[in-house]
Design a protein around this ligand. Structure first.
Ligand code: MAN
Length: 351
């Protein structure tokens, strides 16, 4: 792999220990996958904060939002020795056919004057609400469209994994736009301007049986109702993007086309980043795709953690030729890296 990333020397830039839990009896287990945006002179990150009660030996316990409980939360708790418990992935478990996440995530703002040193707010900006977010909300993408910021994020519940959207103009009040893609769907990135008169979104529906974890593109007249669905890119057997692929943040408009930084897992579950170049006038056409990743887990903080071997991005800031990618490393800490857009485009042309 030819690495094109320049990592921040100060990585990781934010870790769980720097974040105040949303309840005093919980611990922040993972800090990951931030959306990124500019607001005035500052850079903002919308972090995913994954929490749970401190774990006791011999038990697995996870919080689930439940409006019928007195404090709005129910604790799901099983003995690790229970033969009905199936727990092989640190991110989730299954009990008698019902699936759960091991942590409950909310979205938290962090602010910076230089894009490198960030201070996180003490309280969540957005938490799960309603029946489709009882297992929390995750991995926000932030698109600036006109004067508004549109947030798309994963809404998880027993009903499935879906894409929810919200809108804000001031980062203080958020208007919910509800679910824009039903289960199973995630990794939704909006284009920040209309193409051919309509809004566009990249998203990742997952097929059971026939189909897979493929990247799709859709169109909308109003950013709420989506149609004209097309399968854009599939996984590639045997390659670094064999198991699943999904969009990162909003595609970057360049003279050569829309440049999308996407994530992919290989057959052993290692997450890396690569590129798609889409036609400017018809982004359902792929002009080029990375033969090899532009970045993968290399540093210790990317190789070991809650889920080692993960580099995952859903937020970046573009400044001339420079794109600063904010990413989750090992699903545990938040990091930054920069790329030259010209160099990224050259890596596609060099094939
Ligand atoms: C999924 C999501 C992400 C996570 C990666 C790697 O794609 O749960 O939030 O970062 O897996 O674990």
């Amino acid at each position: 792999m030819h690495e094109l990333a320049t990592r921040f020397p100060t990585n990781p830039i934010l870790s769980p220990a720097q974040i105040k839990p949303s309840r005093p009896d919980w611990a922040v287990e993972c800090l990951l996958n931030p959306g990124a945006f500019r607001y005035g002179q500052r850079t903002g990150l919308l972090l995913r904060v994954a929490e749970r009660p401190p774990q006791e030996a011999g038990w697995v316990s996870t919080p689930v939002l439940d409006p019928t409980s007195p404090d709005g939360v129910r604790l799901v708790r099983y003995r690790t020795s229970d033969p009905k418990l199936k727990a092989t992935d640190p991110r989730g478990f299954e009990y008698e056919g019902a699936f759960y996440l091991t942590t409950l995530s909310h979205l938290r703002l962090a602010w910076s004057d230089d894009g490198v040193a960030f201070t996180a707010d003490a309280k969540p900006a957005l938490s799960g609400h309603g029946p489709h977010e009882t297992f929390g909300i995750e991995d926000s993408r932030v698109a600036q469209i006109g004067a508004d910021y549109y947030l798309t994020y994963t809404a998880v519940s027993q009903c499935g994994v879906a894409v929810a959207a919200s809108r804000t103009a001031d980062w203080k009040t958020f208007e919910s736009l509800g679910l824009i893609f039903p289960p199973h769907n995630k990794d939704c990135a909006l284009f920040e301007q209309r193409v051919g008169g309509s809004y566009r979104a990249l998203h990742r529906p997952t097929g059971v049986g026939i189909g897979g974890n493929y990247l799709w593109i859709a169109s909308s007249p109003d950013l709420r109702h989506w149609g004209d669905h097309r399968c854009l890119a599939m996984t590639r057997p045997g390659q670094w993007d064999a198991q699943r692929i999904g969009a990162g943040a909003s595609p970057i408009r360049t003279d050569a086309g829309w440049l999308e930084i996407y994530h992919a897992a290989d057959d052993s579950g290692i997450y890396r980043l690569g590129l798609l170049l889409l036609d400017l006038d018809d982004p359902s056409k792929i002009l080029a795709r990375s033969a090899s990743p532009i970045m993968g887990p290399e540093s210790d903080y990317e190789k070991t953690g809650f889920l080692g071997g993960v580099v995952f991005t859903n937020g970046h800031i573009v400044d001339g030729d420079k794109v600063t990618v904010y990413y989750g490393a090992a699903d545990t800490v938040v990091c930054g890296a920069t790329f030259s857009i010209a160099e990224l485009l050259r890596s596609l042309a060099a094939r």
